[in-house]
Structure formats: C-alpha cells, structure tokens
Design a protein around this ligand. Sequence first.
Ligand SMILES: Nc1ncnc2c1ncn2[C@@H]1O[C@H](COP(=O)(O)OP(=O)(O)O)[C@@H](O)[C@H]1O
Ligand SMILES: [Mg+2]
Length: 378
Amino acid sequence: MEIRLQNLTKKYLNRNRKNPGEITAVSDFTLKIPDGMLVGLLGPSGCGKSTTLNMICGLEHPGSGRIFFGDRDVTELLPEYRGVGMVFQNYALYPHLTVRKNILFPLENLRGKERLSKAEMARRADEAAAMVQIGELMDRKPGELSGGQQQRVAIARALVKMPHVLLMDEPLSNLDARLRLQTREEIRKIQRSTKITTVFVTHDQEEAMSISDMIVVMKEGVVQQIGKPQEIYDDPVNLFVARFLGTPPINLFEGQICDGKIVIGNTPVLNAADAAGMEPVFQKGNCGPRGPVTVAVRPEGFVPCEDGELSCALQRVEVMGRDISIVAEHPACETSALRAIVDASALPAPEAKAVKFSLKPEKIFLFCPETGERIRRI
Ligand SMILES: Nc1ncnc2c1ncn2[C@@H]1O[C@H](COP(=O)(O)OP(=O)(O)O)[C@@H](O)[C@H]1O
Ligand SMILES: [Mg+2]
C-alpha cells in the first residue's frame, strides 16, 4: 500500500505553566512511501517521530494536512478501519492472556462481515507465530517470556490481521544489544517476505541505516532529509544530518577558504572544489574569497601518511581487529579529539607523538558555521 503524507502539522498545547502556548510537534511533513518499502523515521528524542506515526495509524488527528493510503484519504478514518498493525517499544501485551490469545485478540474483535471462522483464526495465529518463530511458546503467558520473545509476540499480533501498513515505534529499544541485532534482522526478513509497507521509528542511526530502504531524518518536527541510507551518509544536507549519522561521529574543524583552498589552522589541505558534492560551476574555478567554514571529515576520510597536510598530536590508538581507531588532537578541531578509522596496516609506531593525515576529498563536507547549511559553492 502506498502511503502519502501531505503537509501534516500537529500542535499540542504546552502544559508547562511557565511557558504556555503551543508546541509544534510535527511541522509541514510531506512524504510519499512507495508500496512495499520500509522507511526509517530517524531523529533525536522529542523530534516528532511518534506523533507522525500516531497520525498515520489514526491515534492522533493532524491539525492540518492529509493522509492517503493508496488513493484513499484516511485522515478522518478511525484507527481500526485503517488496516494498520502497530508495534510499540513496551510490547503492550495482555499479561493475563496466553501468547495464543494475545495474538488472536485482534481477530476476535473483528465484527460483521470481517469476522473469521474459529479455524481460520487459529490458522492465521499459527502462521503469524511461525513467522516470528514463537510457535512453541503459544501456551505461555507474557510474564514467562524474555523481552525478545515478548516483542516477537507483539509483532505476530500486529501481523495476524494481515495489515496493509506496519508501524513500529522503537520496537527494539527494550532489548539487549545481541537480541536487538537479531530481532532487527528478523523484522527486515519478515518485511521483505510479506512486502508490507512499513514505517520504523528509531532514534538509533545505526539501526535506521541497517534496516531501511529509505530514511527520513527529523529535527524539531521538521523533515531535514529524505533518501537512501548511503545517500544521506554520503551527501548530508546540513550539519545536523552529518552529525546524526555515522559512528564514530563526523569530525569538525574550524576552517577558512583562501584562494580556493580549504585551510585548517594555517595549512591548506585541499582544493575546495574537490570536497564532496561541490557544484560543477564552482569546479571551473568560479570562486571568490570566502570567510570561515566548518570542515567536516568522516572518520574514514583520514589517510595517515608522512607528507600528509594535517599534523595532529597523537593521543592513543585503539585496535579493533581489521581497522584501528586513531585518536588525535588538532587545535582547529571543534572537539577535544578527532577520531580516524584507518586500516590496521597503518598502525603508528608505539613511540610516535604525532601523526600526519592527508584527507580523502569525497569524505569532506563544507558547512556554513552560522546556519549549518551545506556549502556547495564558494
Ligand atoms: N500529548 C502531548 N501533549 C503535549 N505535548 C506532546 C504530546 N505528545 C508529544 N508532545 C510533544 O511533541 C514533541 C514530539 O514528541 P514525540 O512525537 O513523542 O517525539 P519522539 O517520538 O520523536 O521522541 C515533543 O516536544 C513532545 O513533548
Ligand atoms: Mg517516540
């Protein structure tokens, strides 16, 4: 089912007496989700992810804007008629019911011509349970299950109605690291095999990157960027997006553009025209002088070499197997240390006090220090 969100805006009354007025939880949100796609809604806590999801499923009514499932305008439709399955962070299972009864629950509540026979309900419940591999737990109560198993029950319960749309709000946040990874892969597999259009909310960029066909990055209720995970990582529209994606995080330097060169500290490190995503018109040399810029370098953009332009004081080296992480200091770095991820063969000598890097142009982005907007021409 294709989903279209058109200019969705949601405001809440601010209950804080010291600061009365309205909070805009979601502002002018427009998005088209093609049929069968898994979209990751990504942003820090409070940026409006849950509010957006709740508007899609009908638990919240948008103050303005429309929601379409296919050609149908569902904005005024009650949640139970939208054909959506919801999965929440806290599982929200009925503790006094068995796993089987929990999964059957949405089917037993169908009325009128939607009502299924007992045998059909049982068949669907078994099928949903098998999909998340909890077939052998059907007679237990939720209290007798681990967190990961409980979340599988919640997923089975969302799938049993064969929804057109699956909405998941931080479904992995209560699981430990290993289970989170495993469950994430299973969700991806189930989504691929059922082809249910899915919106997956998370504040975890790594989770969003690994599971999504398309990511929507939000900040303070406003969509910042929409794109495939790799596209957003390689070509962020602003500093917020550049910083939000990637572990270790992107490294920031105070820089200048002088004579067409990016200068960090007193050292020209690169032609500004060669930085990632610069417009071709600028590359023809169409450039004047320019003041300060924020130079952002992905950790994999540093290449240790003896005649590298960027001289840093070596703090320490962390060995991670295939790669090593070099932690170093530079006076123009906006944080106390920069972190470079390099091949293990580039391990600095144990007694080394300094390290020099050259920079990979495609891993460097320029931003306006005041607005945080990406600079694409000088
Ligand atoms: N029922 C509500 N009443 C008032 N403010 C709310 C309500 N629900 C959410 N908000 C506010 O709206 C903003 C977005 O919240 P939410 O969508 O829950 O963010 P997220 O899911 O990204 O953490 C936050 O500032 C939050 O405090
Ligand atoms: Mg939330």
